[in-house]
Design a protein around this ligand. Structure first.
Ligand SMILES: *Cc1c(COP(=O)(O)O)cnc(C)c1O
Length: 432
């Protein structure tokens, strides 16, 4: 029985985040970036100070404050590791397939892990309002929850193309008390300029970030929160991988293949970084696979310095990027539609430690994987997560063909209950 669901007791929750930067020292390339000096000076005005400290920390372990641990428990951490037995049987694979259940988060995604940490540090600093961008809407919802728990105001700039097809998620943010704007909006200079050129502009994450940063820089009691890409975001997310490590230790097993979907890299990084630590130190061998979309296969782009936003307000980051001014085709798994990959994950990729695969834009192939898992194991994953689901299924089939007994671990980054219109459009549910 013990090999179906593995739980940690509340008192077994990890009490420190894992910062991989010191372990990466041997790989790191010389800073500073070639451009972006002006942008760097601006940062302390808009960023939460403790997050900025953590961004460049040289400590391997960073204590999770007691008050924050309490909130992690309240949002149902630690989260189970569950074996997808139904899927294994259907595929007749000798592989084991384990899922980490971030989809059990109250707003439906892993993003709550960093949202809560950022809101906590902002509150301690005396910040009154958090501003952010959101693509798929999960980040905006997660930050709305966090702001509400810590009694902060919250403003969300939401990529217009997605804002328009997810009214349920918009209302959820408003129910938390957030202000929500479709981006580009008429609230900022960047937005007004783009709207003038094209009134139906679908927006992009890079544009929404520019708008949010412009808004946040107008008021000193306001800070800007980012939901992915940056080092401190990945740091907070390592709670996922640290729990997963303990869970595998409990049953005396260890993953040989780890899979996550990859937009900016925060769920993939949070899930895998503690394991990467062991791989880098030569203690383990694991195959890591990042599942992406052909709309923005950023890990297959160019490794160079690039802006994180459209308007070139952010400092430049060294990352795999497709260019900050691209207009990627819309997809329903919109959380994966970002031009660059987190600098930490990009560095690991550069050193050949991450495999990547990009799936077609029509999304039928990935959404059908979500449907298979819904039917075999009863779990409805987020459109973004369906990319990881597809990858896990394909790997498990390969294991069957080659007779390999791998242990596959896949991160269920979120649930899809608020994204049914996307599944309907692609799978044609209402026509059936
Ligand atoms: C935002 C999001 C993603 C993509 O972002 P990453 O930073 O790459 O994790 C993936 N899955 C879900 C459920 C998300 O909300």
């Amino acid at each position: 029985m013990k090999d179906i669901q593995v739980n940690l007791l509340p008192e077994e929750i990890p009490t420190k985040w894992y910062n991989i930067l010191p372990d990466l020292a041997k790989y790191l390339e010389p800073l500073p970036p070639p451009k972006g000096d002006k942008q760097l000076k601006n940062l302390p005005n808009v960023m939460i100070h403790e997050c900025l400290n953590q961004e460049f920390s040289d400590k391997t372990w960073i204590e999770i404050p007691e008050e924050l641990l309490e909130v992690y428990l309240r949002v149902l951490r630690p989260r189970p590791l569950v074996r997808l037995v139904g899927l294994e049987r259907k595929l007749q694979t000798p592989a084991e397939i384990w899922a980490k259940t971030e989809d059990l988060s109250p707003t439906g995604s892993h993003k709550v892990n960093t949202a809560i940490a950022q809101a906590y540090y902002a509150k301690k600093q005396g910040i009154k309002c958090l501003v952010t961008e959101t693509g798929a809407g999960q980040w905006g919802t997660a930050l709305s929850l966090a702001a509400s728990l810590f009694d902060l105001k919250c403003k969300v700039y939401w990529v217009r193309a997605v804002h328009n097809w997810k009214p349920g998620r918009k209302n959820l943010m408003k129910m938390f008390g957030s202000e929500v704007y479709a981006s580009p909006s008429d609230k900022t200079e960047v937005g007004r300029k783009l709207l003038k050129e094209s009134p139906d502009h679908p927006g992009s994450l890079a544009i929404a970030i520019s708008e949010g940063l412009e808004d946040a820089s107008k008021d000193k009691d306001t800070a800007y929160s980012l939901g992915s890409v940056l080092n401190h975001v990945l740091l907070h997310q390592t709670i996922i991988g640290l729990e997963t490590q303990k869970q595998f230790e409990k049953i005396g097993k260890y993953p040989t293949i780890m899979i996550g979907c990859f937009g900016g890299g925060s769920n993939f990084g949070g899930f895998t970084l503690p394991f990467f630590g062991e791989v880098i130190r030569g203690e383990r061998k694991i195959k890591f696979i990042a599942a992406q979309t052909e709309s923005t296969p950023n890990l297959q782009g160019e490794y160079k310095y690039n802006f994180a936003d459209h308007a070139e307000v952010t400092p430049m980051l060294k990352m795999y990027t497709l260019g900050h001014d691209i207009q990627p085709p819309p997809i329903y798994g919109d959380g994966l539609r970002y031009h660059g990959g987190a600098p930490i994950m990009s560095l690991l990729r550069k050193h050949g430690l991450i495999d990547t695969i990009a799936y077609p834009i029509d999304e039928e192939y990935v959404f059908s994987a979500a449907q298979i898992i819904l039917r075999t194991d009863g779990r409805l994953v987020a459109p973004e997560t369906s990319y990881a689901a597809r990858c896990a299924i394909d790997e498990a089939i390969r294991c069957r063909e080659e007779g390999r007994k791998e242990i596959i671990a896949v991160n269920f980054s979120g649930h899809g209950f608020m994204d049914m219109p996307g599944y309907d459009k692609v799978l044609g549910l209402s026509r059936k």
